[in-house]
Design a protein around this ligand. Sequence first.
Ligand SMILES: O=C(O)[C@H](O)[C@@H](O)[C@H](O)[C@H](O)COP(=O)(O)O
Length: 238
Amino acid sequence: MLKIFPSQEEILRKAAEIFSQSAKDAIKEKGYFSVSLTGGSSPKGLYQLLATDEYKKQIDWSKILVFWGDERWVPLDHELSNTKMAYEILLNHVPIPQENIFPMYKEGVKPEVYAAAYETQLKEKLGDDATIDLMLLGMGDDGHTASLFPQTEVLNEEKAWVSAYYLNSQEMYRITLTAPFINRAKNIVVITFGDAKAPALKQVLKGEYDPATYPSQLLDPVNGELLYLVDQKAAKFL
Ligand SMILES: O=C(O)[C@H](O)[C@@H](O)[C@H](O)[C@H](O)COP(=O)(O)O
């Protein structure tokens, strides 16, 4: 489903409401809420909102398990770290136990090895039938999502839940949840706004099926819901 908003602020407000409501529902139903955070610039305003008193108080942070959709393989204090960004804007400001936070990076470990360990950890924490309650994602100007970049091998992954690989165009390793795991999520919410996203958004949602070129087309939840929250600028070619 696609929801188009007049402004970025309204998208972020909607996303914060979805976060808060999903957390309440999941905690009521099974005692905890699992969320996968995204990097990039789009979710920053959402994290800021969630750290305000209004949302901070609505949510039982002690029952939230935090995972990531992808990470740049850089130390946790590096400017490019998605984990660092989430800590600085959100996680340092809410009463969440450290043991409930699962960064997608470990010092001194090879990314491929950590990808397998992260999958094991997902199974340990969420069970073999693991699903993430809320998968927050962004979409790049090129149509990538998480670290599922155009023309990369990881797009063909059918089995592994987590994968790490060297992204030549950025000269760095990336670690990412794969499409088969992302699509197990109960709710997938893609937050994307601005003129620069308009051409890719059109191809992703209205173009021919070509996920090698527009990887966001791989988003297709098995039993869950997929929701795009976009602004009028990103939606201008739809
Ligand atoms: O680590 C990353 O690069 C992200 O997780 C990535 O998938 C991001 O969500 C998109 O590139 C959108 O980024 P923007 O929100 O900055 O446009």
